[in-house]
Design a binder for this molecule. Structure first.
Ligand code: FAD
Length: 374
């Protein structure tokens, strides 16, 4: 567990990097939807690609909250960078949670150094919320698995070097018929499909992947056969809180912009921030942001103490992502017509923030999970 000082030092560096290096390009890469290779390489130089990887494997992992506040700081400037790091970290986390020592030594050290970028492929065209119905299969033949299937909506899909893939390893319809594999992009039969033209978070690419008789060495199975869904359930809790933290970062940026604007914009001879309607918007936004911060901090604390936290992770995700969408919308309202034009970042933030009510389990699925725990 890191000291408070260590956590502060890491976050200070992330804040500086986000402000100096990624804020200046955020608007441009939203327009072009270009993958920001240079700044992703810089993220590894300052240790961010190892943020969820233990020191023993070359990472910089300290605690969950430092990871969450890292993606939050990135998202305050550019949610695409935060999303790229999150998908890479989910890939690493699955290997760390289920993998054997040799796999960890080989793959985690490269992921931590940023030598390789990771991705995680679960979703298929016919199987999103219901991962139990995936059709990708991995059939064992001696010391290899033959992988066949089609994944879509995969973050980092085209730019990653390895992808952790969920596939069925038996025809039995149980929770235990799915397994996870580390699939290097270099394997024959592994093809990249089209990249989606998205509404927001545009510089984080989202791609189709095809597996046609890909021969995956048996040693690339993560953990043992049938452990796939259990691993995902555990790792996804962490990703859900990270998604909440990204949404929180966007909400905070929108709040800061709205507060500053309300002091400077005059109507009827005085700053609009003097009007109760605007003051109450700001008060609601500040209160909601504070609630989200506390939910995320509480979940991180439970995770670091190895206490049960799935219910809290879903609560943090659904509350924060829905709160952030409303908060950015209120910030746009405070900006009036200026909020709707591209000279201001409000319209970009509104497009960006909408994703987070969908990805890593929709709001409806989070509520389903919470209800199950009640
Ligand atoms: C930009 C982006 C990046 C992504 N990155 C990745 C990635 O890196 N890896 C990956 O594997 N996936 C990724 N995804 C996929 C994402 O996780 C799924 O889109 C999400 O889980 C929802 O699945 P779906 O789109 O198939 O929607 P569906 O599951 O078809 O849901 C449609 C609607 O039905 C609702 N619904 C479904 N089931 C229920 C139910 N039981 N009760 C109530 N309502 C229900 C949903 O909440 C939703 O409103 C990404 C998606 C996007 C858009």
């Amino acid at each position: 567990m890191p000291g408070f000082q260590t956590q502060r030092m890491i976050l200070k560096e992330v804040k500086r990097f986000a402000k100096d290096r990624i804020a200046p390009i955020a608007g441009e890469i939203d327009e072009t939807a270009d993958f920001p290779s240079d700044t992703v390489a810089e993220m590894s130089r300052i240790g961010l690609t190892g943020i969820l990887i233990p020191e023993a494997y070359g990472g910089t992992y300290t605690d969950h909250l430092t990871y969450y506040w890292t993606v939050r700081e990135l998202a305050r400037c550019c949610p695409s960078h935060a999303m790229i790091l999150l998908s890479h970290s989910l890939c690493a986390n699955l290997i760390n949670l289920l993998g054997g020592t040799q796999q960890k030594e080989f793959y985690l050290s490269r992921l931590a150094a940023g030598e390789w970028l990771g991705a995680c492929a679960m979703t298929e065209p016919q199987a999103g919320s219901d991962l139990g119905s995936i059709e990708t299969v991995a059939e064992r033949h001696k010391d290899t698995y033959i992988l066949n299937g089609h994944k879509h909506f995969i973050t980092n899909g085209a730019n990653s070097d390895i992808v952790v893939v969920l596939a069925a390893t038996s025809r039995q319809e149980t929770l235990f018929n799915k397994s996870l594999f580390i699939v290097p992009k270099s394997l024959s039969g592994f093809d990249i499909g089209r990249s989606e033209n998205k509404m927001g978070v545009r510089a984080s690419e989202t791609t189709e992947l095809f597996f046609n008789n890909v021969r995956v060495p048996a040693q690339n199975l993560i953990g043992s056969e049938g452990q796939g869904m259990l691993g995902i359930l555990e790792a996804v809790d962490c990703s859900r809180v990270a998604i909440a933290s990204i949404a929180l970062g966007i909400a905070e940026s929108a709040f800061d912009a709205a507060r500053a604007y309300s002091k400077q914009r005059k109507q009827f001879g005085e700053p609009i921030g003097n009007f109760d309607a605007i003051r109450f918007y700001l008060a609601e936004m500040a209160t909601d942001i504070e609630c989200s911060r506390l939910l995320i901090e509480n979940t991180a604390r439970l995770q670091d103490r190895k206490k049960r936290h799935s219910k809290q992770a879903s609560m943090a995700k659904v509350f924060t992502t829905e709160m952030a969408f409303k908060t950015v919308s209120k910030a746009m309202q405070i900006h009036g017509g200026y909020g709707y034009i591209k000279d201001y970042p409000l319209e970009r933030w509104l497009r960006d923030v909408r994703l987070f009510m969908i990805v890593e389990g929709t709001s409806e699925i989070q509520k389903r999970m919470i209800a199950k725990h009640l």
